[in-house]
Design a protein around this ligand. Structure first.
Ligand SMILES: [Ca+2]
Length: 469
């Protein structure tokens, strides 16, 4: 048997088995679903997209191009209108069809074949679509395939094909028109809606029916637009306040990355927000400094918390209890000290890591007045010790500290004044430590004569939390 016959024979065997098994499984109450058409796609979606290289152009497909893909999004919720999004292993495409209730014929998971000859490949600000070129108001326009012609170009195949969103990071999503993720069903993990959006609904519920942009962001990183039509049946649903994963169709509008939701079930924001403590966590340390006494004006009190150490190694400056914007915090600065070296320590009370696992440290910091003429070298270090005893000089010989600063996100600082808000550190793992530990915030600054040697940043530290599970 030559190779071709062998393959043909084995394919026939498999087909025979498939027919046998399906005839066994499918009883009279289960009519057979639609099957794939006897059409051979000859072009990948990536290859089709490569035929459109000039943004705004209308490329009429002149040859017998046939693509095939699985429907990943349709008009079921009303957020998508007269469009289908189909995807193969190379890319994704938006089909413009001038008809309503497309989801009844083209459910998510259905394979479709598109005979593209005669259709127009164009883009709207970088998001490509396949439709027909028409003239609207005397100008060329990319329009939907007329409803009476849809069956000529779009042929439905098998249903219930698996649809798995492609897990990506925001940096993988580009605004290049050929980007393989444009029009595709993608997933971004660990996002949440920005705080100002959590009191809103997904879209406009007024009579104006204006499409709305909302914004999601990771705990640290850039935000991404979630764009929702006021005609979506979830336009009036409240934006969720949690954190988690999101599935959406990725589109671009010029240089803007836009996500289009299929439905609210694509937004799996069920975890506590960035900076919030998980509900199942065991709190091992929690200090917000709200019990500190802060006079209306200087002199301010040094931070004083039972079990904590607040000591000046060099320069005589202590962490002070201060308040601004409705919260109290610990503040340290070399500014105005006239000292060549200012080293100060704020050490927490003992943290017992014996009864938990996967411990995490979080805190918030704010850095002001970096000073234009001075050094930008970091003036704050975050340290952990397993052999500090909780009393005495933390800098004493024999006391060892592990520098974990690089694991934390610190306030970027401002040359003059302060950033608009505190910066959350993110999760700093303490899982590598065991027994009883202490966490230290070590300030290392200077304010000598002149400005060249200035290291005068003012650091404000708040909401120091350690938890485990
Ligand atoms: Ca506070």
């Amino acid at each position: 048997m030559n190779k071709f016959l062998k393959i043909t024979f084995s394919v026939m065997m498999v087909m025979g088995l498939a027919i046998l098994s399906s005839s066994c499984k499918k009883d009279f109450d289960q009519p057979p679903g639609p099957t794939d058409a006897n059409i051979a796609p000859n072009t990948t979606i990536a290859a089709l997209k490569a035929m459109h290289t000039s943004s705004g152009a209308y490329d009429i497909i002149a040859t017998d191009v046939i693509i095939s893909g699985i429907v990943v999004a349709n008009d079921k919720s009303g957020n998508i209108y007269k469009q289908l999004f189909i995807q193969d292993s190379t890319g994704a495409m938006q089909l413009l069809l001038d008809a309503n209730s497309l989801y009844t014929s083209y459910p998510v998971g259905r394979r479709v074949y598109v005979k593209a000859k005669g259709l127009s490949l164009s883009d709207f600000n970088g998001t490509m679509s396949l439709g027909v070129k028409a003239t609207v108001g005397g100008l060329p326009s990319q329009e939907g395939i007329p409803s009476n012609l849809i069956n000529k170009y779009v042929i439905g195949g098998s249903i219930n094909n698996p649809v798995v969103p492609i897990l990506v990071t925001e940096s993988q999503l580009t605004t290049n028109m050929q980007d393989r993720y444009i029009n595709a069903l993608i997933q971004l993990n660990d996002y949440e809606f920005v705080g100002t959006d959590t009191s809103k609904t997904y879209s406009d519920t007024s009579a104006y029916k204006a499409t709305q942009n909302r914004f999601i962001k990771p705990c640290s990183g850039s935000q991404v637009t979630v764009r929702t039509s006021a005609y979506a049946n979830f336009a009036g649903v409240s934006i969720p306040n949690g954190h988690g994963n999101i599935v959406a169709i990725y589109t671009v509008f010029g240089s803007t990355k836009q996500l289009i939701l299929r439905d609210t079930s694509d937004v799996m924001f069920n975890d506590p927000r960035c900076g919030a403590i998980p509900s199942n966590a065991v709190i091992l340390l929690n200090q917000d400094f709200e019990s500190q006494v802060v006079p209306a004006s200087a002199p301010y009190n040094p931070i004083s918390v039972t079990g904590w150490t607040n000591l000046a190694e060099v320069g005589g400056k202590l962490y002070a209890a201060r308040t601004f914007g409705g919260t109290k915090y610990a503040e340290i600065t070399a500014f105005g000290s006239a000292q060549n070296v200012v080293i100060s320590w704020l050490v927490t009370s003992a943290v017992n890591l014996n009864n938990t696992t996967s411990e995490v440290l979080r805190f918030a910091s704010n850095q002001g007045f970096i000073g234009a003429g001075g050094s930008t070298a970091s003036t704050l270090k975050v340290l952990v010790s397993s052999n500090y005893t909780g009393t005495g000089n933390p800098w004493a010989a024999g006391v060892t500290w592990t520098d974990i600063t690089s694991q934390a996100t610190l306030s970027p600082g401002a040359a003059s004044g302060y950033p608009s808000s505190f910066t959350n550190s993110g999760n700093v793992s303490l899982a590598g430590f065991s027994g009883t530990v202490y966490v230290a915030f070590k300030y290392d600054g200077a304010d000598p004569a002149g400005t060249a040697g200035d290291r005068t940043s003012t650091w404000q530290i708040d909401n120091i939390v350690v938890y485990g599970f």
